[in-house]
Design a protein around this ligand. Sequence first.
Ligand code: ASP
Length: 333
Amino acid sequence: MFRISLALISLLLWSLSSSAADKNNIAIVIHGGAGNIKAAQLSPEQEAAYKKKLQEARDKGYAILAKGGTSMDAVVAAITILEDSPLFNAGKGAVYNFDGQHDLDASIMEGKNLQAGAIAGVQTVKNPILLARAVMEKSEHVFLAGRGAETFAKQQQLALVENRYFNTEKRFKSLQKAKQSLLKTSWNQTDKDLEIDYKMGTVGAVALDQHGNIAAGTSTGGRTAKRYGRIGDSPVIGAGTWADNRSCGVSATGHGEFFIRFNVAADICARVKYRGLSIQTAADQVINQELANIQGSGGVIVLDKQGNIAYSFNTKGMYRAYKNNKNSHVAIY
Ligand code: ASP
């Protein structure tokens, strides 16, 4: 008798805990960059390849969440897959700087306690998002750059590669085109002429786990032909990445100079927190009004504590995908 009631009690406890887990709306949303991607510029095979990789990254992150894993692990897993793909401007496939090398930037943030880690201008770290996470978890700092960041990566025993590991023919051609265009005209005109493969493909992810914690991360090679040690918004906490359980998590992609000045990711979450806006309204205000008014092009993915998901972009397309316990979605235009 005693044994039977013990078994019944454990069954009851188990069903209570699993229904509590079901109630938490685990979700992941990812992006692979925004820009003036037109349907005519991608062949059906290219389109299928992008979608397949986005789905793979999203599903890997979701599987971690579904097993009770943390949003931090899900974000890192999804971004690592995109960094390892030559399709995106992050890790393998990163754009070239003016001198024909690759400088990588990344950042990560946890919504539970506003812990964050970021790195900029690293040349030999295979997966920059892992270094951003190590800065957050294993150092007393938030933001490391250049040689120092690489020394730290070595100490943390992260995988290091020669800079040429990041080379791809497609991005090399973009560098040649950008340099030719820069000789003739201004940065703004170069931007318009070359947008498709010129700087597209920054990657990012935002996830919500069963514990109700949001995490967000972003990784990029920056902009083709960048020089003078230029750093964009992607590794800047508040501009390219933000996560706060009290409002939302954001990863951004676009013309970094504007995103830094408008503190885009944090501004969206501040509108949610202080004005009570939905994440969609807040994101649209910043992307389609504030930034659009000054021709700041780009987009964001956003996720809140209830598991609501929003995309907003003022470009023709943004590589994107999401999955929650009800739906999944992948799109480019
Ligand atoms: N935001 C990135 C940068 O400015 C580029 C991008 O997202 O397309 O470095």
